[in-house]
Design a binder for this molecule. Structure first.
Ligand code: CA
Length: 229
């Protein structure tokens, strides 16, 4: 997971950073509320560790702005020295997903980040997705393109739904493979052939191929306004 740490206590921030990296995650850190909000809005994270007492902008305000003004739904775990019920309720009202009182155990931080991420993925998986003339209905697992229902193998649907969840973002082969095949190891030829079927079918149905190969990186669903052809 890619985690954003917003914490002005540099010793705590360094401790969190080192722990997360040692567990195979990657992290970015901000030491004040304004820099933290900027990172949270402009970059993509799987979770945010948010201290409440911050210079510049406090954690409650940051969280509320993130949800209400920027419409960013990245899971937020609030970290605080305050542990009254009112503090917790205020945190949830401002859009926090979870709450942990200092001092905390690093392993518990990781467990909660993973749990929040799983809930988030479940929520995303049930969201109707629409990109230009393409739409994906998670309830029926069906794809429509230019007003036509497109018949696709289930793995192609999973690949497309993942790319539709973030149009314009490049998905690596590894990310796409783990979405479509979960734990089963497949060769990169398998992904390539599924991509080929997917792109050919979409082109036939809608008249153009919305997917682009980003050489050396992976694949990306290009919103129509940005497509070259
Ligand atoms: Ca603080």
């Amino acid at each position: 997971m890619h985690i954003l740490i917003i914490e002005d206590d540099l010793a705590i921030a360094a401790n969190l950073y080192d722990f997360l990296e040692s567990r195979g995650h990657s992290a970015d850190a901000a030491a004040n509320g304004i820099a933290g909000l900027h990172l949270a809005v402009t970059q993509r994270f799987d979770g945010i560790l948010l201290d409440l007492g911050l210079p510049g902008m406090n954690g409650m305000t940051l969280c509320r702005k993130l949800r209400e003004e920027s419409q960013v739904d990245t899971p937020v775990l609030m970290l605080t020295a305050r542990d009254t019920l009112e503090d917790k309720l205020e945190g949830f009202e401002n859009g926090a997903d979870d709450y942990l009182v200092k001092p905390f155990a690093l392993k518990e931080i990781e467990a909660r980040l993973i749990a929040m991420h799983k809930r988030y993925l479940g929520k995303v998986a049930n969201r109707m997705l629409e990109v230009d003339k393409l739409s994906y209905d998670p309830k029926t697992r069906s794809i429509r393109f230019a007003d036509t229902t497109v018949k696709l193998p289930p793995k192609c649907i999973r690949l497309l739904a993942l790319m539709m969840s973030e149009p314009g973002r490049v998905f690596s082969r590894k990310e796409l493979e783990s979405e479509a095949w979960e734990d089963v190891q497949e060769t990169s030829d398998t992904l390539r052939s599924h991509m080929h079927v997917l792109r050919r079918t979409l082109t036939r149905a809608g008249g153009y191929d919305p997917i682009e190969t980003i050489h050396g990186l992976g694949y990306c669903l290009i919103p129509r306004a940005e497509a070259k052809d």
